[in-house]
Ligand binder design. Structure first.
Ligand code: FES
Length: 195
């Protein structure tokens, strides 16, 4: 059963509500709008889909929280368990990256930031996560931060990347969520023309 309005503890911004209303017109059913609605929520709530955020999406799409939670937890791009911090560093440890030093990269970042896999720095700046193949094997060892890939990496380029991220005002986590929302808001026929 969908949550009732009076049970919600979070409230989408006016912009998010109007984006969701526009997105609903792109899909045949409210159920098929769950993925884009989750991107809106992830952007709205600092990159993290808490139970409260899931409830709000469920309310707005007339679904049960369990159904929305089931979708959100199926995909690793939604942050449902760990707060991602301002910048989530996703280190590929799959085969090609593994052979090219992925664990050295992971360990170096881990040591520099003082965090292990799935941990966030105390200042909320970085989270580290080991992930499966990022489909950029020609750049192994590679990491993804927001919508950008960095690789092949060595200690020097990792230092430069961390420095650059420290000096980046906007959260790359919410920035990517917003970019995905904006693409989804385009008329379907325009998406095919993006180069
Ligand atoms: S194995 Fe790392 S990107 Fe494919």
């Amino acid at each position: 059963m969908p949550p009732r309005a009076e049970d919600l503890t979070l409230q989408f911004s006016d912009q998010a509500i109007s984006e969701l209303e526009a997105l609903k017109t792109h899909y045949p059913t409210l159920k098929s709008c769950i993925l884009p609605a989750l991107w809106i929520a992830q952007r709205e709530y600092g990159g993290f889909l808490s139970e409260e955020a899931i409830s709000e999406v469920a309310f707005r799409l007339k679904r049960s929280p369990a159904e929305v939670q089931g979708v959100a937890t199926f995909y690793t791009m939604y942050n449902t368990e760990h707060k991602p911090g301002k910048h989530k560093i996703e280190v590929c440890t799959c085969l090609s990256c593994h052979f090219n030093g992925a664990f050295r990269v992971r360990d170096y970042i881990s040591e520099k930031l003082g965090i292990k896999n799935l941990e966030t720095t105390e200042d909320g700046m970085f989270m580290l996560e080991e992930v499966e193949c990022l489909n950029a094997c020609n750049r192994a060892p590679v990491v993804q931060v927001g919508d950008q890939y960095y690789g092949p990496l060595d200690e020097k380029s990792i230092d430069a990347l961390l420095e650059k991220l420290r000096n980046t005002d906007e959260s790359t986590v919410t920035q990517m969520a917003d970019q995905i929302v904006q693409v989804q808001l385009m008329a379907p026929e325009r998406i095919g023309t993006i180069q």
